[in-house]
Design a protein around this ligand. Structure first.
Ligand code: MIG
Length: 821
């Protein structure tokens, strides 16, 4: 007997019906409802919400009314729709804001944005969807189009000619240009063409794709599930796009200073003695370090919120001892909770229904380090709060930072993640994992950050994450996952982290020295030289690889690393200032040249050098056995950081770079704020500051200005006004140079009596200062005011640091045009 199985549909061969993609058709009608413009076509519609003059949201809908909820990426306060005047004729519907005109062609539903000069900024041709729920749209691309953003992606800076998928994936290997998806999803594409830049942000937490390769004159943005919900973000400069995108999705929270020091990690430091010994070695060797990481071996059989009773029997004692040395620990916390009926965290999760379940109610289990594990459903605020509260286990021990790994989430199975039909309860709006996937890691870090913030009683928490979605910058720093100790991966870290910076992730960095594979002396030196200028600075390596602590390759390497790590600590005031700028403007700490020099014809894809802030150009050596490299200097006057050699920009130069040197240049007429060398960021050896002015001139149009932000470096008191901003300025005159300084606000008082100004590589020879005595450096160091010629011949002045500020005039030697060094 046969059953109907005999005629299973598959036996009839593949289904030949072609999937048809639907478009909205022509614009049939439109209406305004609560400041939302709802435009209906023949088969679907688009709702337009103007979020100010420079930003609008387009939400495609197929039913009768649009669902205007957003993902948690978007800040609610940004989503208030504004009204702008509209005009309409037979062919077009036009909205005009203070910055742009949005023009909808009625017959085709084609959407165009032009600026007030009538130049087309953006054109969206077709919006379409298929019956299975995928949607996509096509946008015009120009012969001179360049693309940036998209967060953490492999390959070069300019994404023209590339295609990417967003599906947070644990890619242990390989991180190659052809890998379309890595750990993070930041669906922001910045399109620059001509003198214009704009951004498109697709707010979709399922799988999405950006294709700047396949269509020649167009690029496409699509998603597999959910509705097409896209934000137009106006420029005209790329900086405007970054600032606006970060008002929409939020900016980093100013980290505690210790989180921007040097961090040391390894998978794994195996026991308490090893960790303590490591900390002592840093101090004995005088290599600054703020944090040591505890990777998965610290736990009791990989149970999160536990310590292994044999290898880490006295965590509290260990942490207290480390604190004496000025070292903090950051333990790893993965989302997988071991299935073990005797384990309290598991019990609570099951009993209170905190774990991800299928619709029918059974918990989803997956294999990860602890074996069979359940995964908290962070979409549910109850579960998220529970998870946050669990961190009391760590904060009670004195821990202030947490490392979230495996939160794509990674599962050891064929799909590498949760089954797509697992549910996320989402506070009563259940969605499948397929629709939610890319949000999982961010919601874990959000729960962690919020839990820590609550428990730390006013101290700033630090969270590091591997996975994330747009907006993750509000909760965590991001490291770029399992790279390898390959020179290629060192080089790739530049475009990757630079694009992350353009995508709101101002606090990011790779594993310095490389995670997998074996590092080498040279690679570690070159990578550390570069890495100390990255916002996040951690040396991390995998089990089974050569050790890569700074002293692992003999004395010469150790000496160079000590010097460069020390340089990061001396530049902490400058670095911290850049973090504050990122918090207030969204601009990244390190920047591709194209962000600062968008009209320069050589920088659209330049990514083997970068800017630290806007005035230091860093040109790492990223090939073995290489002691020279070409460096491009954009327009302006640049001074070699090491010897003061001056260059007029717009040129490629050949820089000498013996192993102990990384080529670095400072823009003439700019300041760098340097502090004392510290062994850890909050070491109590004062807040001394030297304002170094580079390349000063005695010309009337020489002007330099800088503002330094300072606060206690670790608490949230700054949010209540306890910070200071010190403005310094220098003006050239025919016979010298005048410095002026004053505190904009001074509710926070730094720990110092004096301030220093230093002229480095000026174009004139300073002779002295009216009304101030010449001293020796020792006298200045002992606290006396006055001036002296510094060690390297630079001219140094020390003044009293009074709340009312002050002014001083440096006299130039008559007619002397010499170099003051
Ligand atoms: O590779 O916890 O990216 O930094 O050391 C498996 C062990 C899991 C991946 C992380 C890596 C970490 C490692 N983890």
């Amino acid at each position: 007997m046969e059953s109907s199985e005999a005629i299973r549909p598959e036996k009839m061969g593949p289904l030949v019906l072609k999937e048809t993609w639907n478009t909205p058709g022509s614009l049939v009608s439109w209406e305004r409802s609560e400041n939302v413009y709802i435009c209906r076509g023949e088969r679907g519609g688009i709702a337009f919400l103007f979020l100010g003059d420079d930003m609008f949201r387009m939400k495609v809908f197929r039913g009768s009314v649009p669902d205007l909820t957003t993902s948690p990426a978007v800040l609610a306060e940004c989503c208030i729709p504004h009204l702008f005047p509209e005009e309409e004729d037979d062919e077009r519907l036009i909205f005009t804001t203070g910055a742009i005109r949005l023009i909808i062609d009625k017959a085709t539903f084609l959407i165009r944005v032009e600026n007030h000069q009538g130049i087309t900024v953006m054109q969206q041709n077709l919006t379409s969807w298929n019956p299975r729920g995928a949607s996509h749209a096509e946008y015009d691309m120009q012969p001179d189009s360049h693309f940036y953003g998209l967060g953490e992606k492999a390959s070069f800076l300019d994404k023209r000619g590339e295609k990417y998928t967003n599906w947070n994936t644990d890619v242990f290997a390989p991180h190659l240009p052809e890998i379309e998806a890595l750990y993070e999803t930041i669906p922001l594409l910045i399109h620059m063409h001509g003198d214009l830049a704009y951004g498109l942000f697709l707010d979709n937490t399922g799988r999405s794709d950006f294709d700047m390769r396949s269509h020649g004159v167009a690029f496409t943005i699509g998603c597999d599930t959910g509705e097409y919900d896209i934000y137009f973000i106006n420029g005209p400069e790329m900086k405007d796009v970054v600032k606006r995108y970060t008002t929409l999705t939020g900016r980093i929270a100013l980290p505690p200073k210790w989180a921007i020091g040097y961090h040391q990690s390894r998978y794994s430091y195996m026991n308490q003695q090893e960790v303590l010994q490591l900390a002592r070695t840093f101090r004995e060797k005088g290599i600054p370090c703020d944090v040591i990481y505890l990777d998965i071996h610290y736990m009791d059989e990989y149970r999160v919120f536990t310590f292994d009773p044999v290898h880490f029997p006295e965590p509290e004692k260990m942490i207290a001892e480390l604190r004496e040395l000025g070292v903090r620990i950051i333990p790893i916390v993965d989302p997988g909770v071991k299935k073990d009926p005797r384990y309290e965290v598991y019990q609570q999760g099951v009993l209170n229904k905190h774990f991800c379940r299928r619709l029918e109610g059974d918990i989803f289990f997956g294999e990860v380090w602890p074996g069979t594990s359940a995964f908290p459903d962070f979409s549910d605020s109850r579960a998220a709060e529970w998870w946050g509260d669990l961190h009391k286990f760590y904060t009670d021990l004195g821990i202030q930072g947490i490392w979230n790994d495996m939160n794509e989430p990674a599962v050891f199975n064929e799909s590498k993640t949760k089954d797509l039909d697992v549910m996320h309860f989402n506070n009563g709006r259940p969605v499948t994992h397929e629709e939610y996937h890319n949000l999982y890691g961010m919601m874990m870090s959000k729960a962690t950050y919020e839990g820590l913030a609550e428990q730390l009683g006013g101290e700033r928490p630090f969270v590091l994450t591997r996975a994330g979605y747009a907006g993750i910058q509000r909760y965590a720093a991001v490291w770029t996952g399992d790279n390898r100790s390959f020179w290629e991966h060192m080089a790739m870290a530049m475009p990757m982290v630079l694009n992350m910076g353009l995508s709101g992730l101002a606090f990011a960095g790779p594993d310095i020295g490389g995670f997998a594979h074996h590092t080498s002396a040279q690679l570690l030196v070159r990578w550390t030289q570069m890495g100390v200028f990255f916002p996040y600075c951690r040396n991390h390596s995998s089990i089974g690889t050569l050790r890569q602590e700074p002293w692992s390759f003999g004395e010469e390497v150790e000496r160079i690393l000590r010097e460069f790590i020390g340089l990061r600590y001396r530049l902490l005031p400058q670095l911290y200032n850049l973090f504050r700028e990122a918090e207030t403007t969204g601009l990244p700490v390190i920047r591709p040249l194209v962000l600062e020099y968008p009209r320069d014809p050589y920088v659209a894809n330049l990514c083997d050098e970068f800017l630290f802030g806007d005035n230091m150009l860093i040109a790492p050596v990223y090939r073995p056995d290489t002691e020279h490299r070409s460096v491009y200097l954009p327009k302006g006057r640049w001074l070699d950081y090491w010897d003061g050699e001056a260059f007029e920009g717009g040129v490629h130069i050949l820089a000498a770079a013996p192993l102990h040197v990384m080529p670095m240049y400072v823009k003439a007429g700019s300041f760098i704020a340097e502090g004392p060398l510290k062994q850890h960021a909050l070491e109590e050896n004062g807040d001394a500051i030297t304002f170094q002015l580079y390349g000063a001139e005695t010309s009337e149009d020489f002007r330099a200005a800088f503002s330094l932000y300072e606060d206690d470096g670790h608490s949230f008191a700054y949010r209540k006004g306890e910070y200071s901003v010190l403005d310094v300025a220098a003006e050239g005159e025919s016979d010298g140079l005048t410095f002026r300084w004053s505190y904009q606000t001074g509710a926070f008082r730094p720990r110092r009596e004096t301030l220093r100004f230093e002229l480095r590589y000026s174009a004139f020879q300073p002779e002295g200062i009216a009304g101030m005595k010449r001293r020796t450096l020792e006298q200045l160091d002992a606290g006396q005011t006055g001036w002296c010629l510094g060690e390297s011949g630079g001219f140094l002045v020390q003044v009293e640091d009074r709340p009312e500020g002050g002014t001083l005039k440096v006299r130039a030697k008559d007619g002397n045009e010499g170099n003051s060094r």
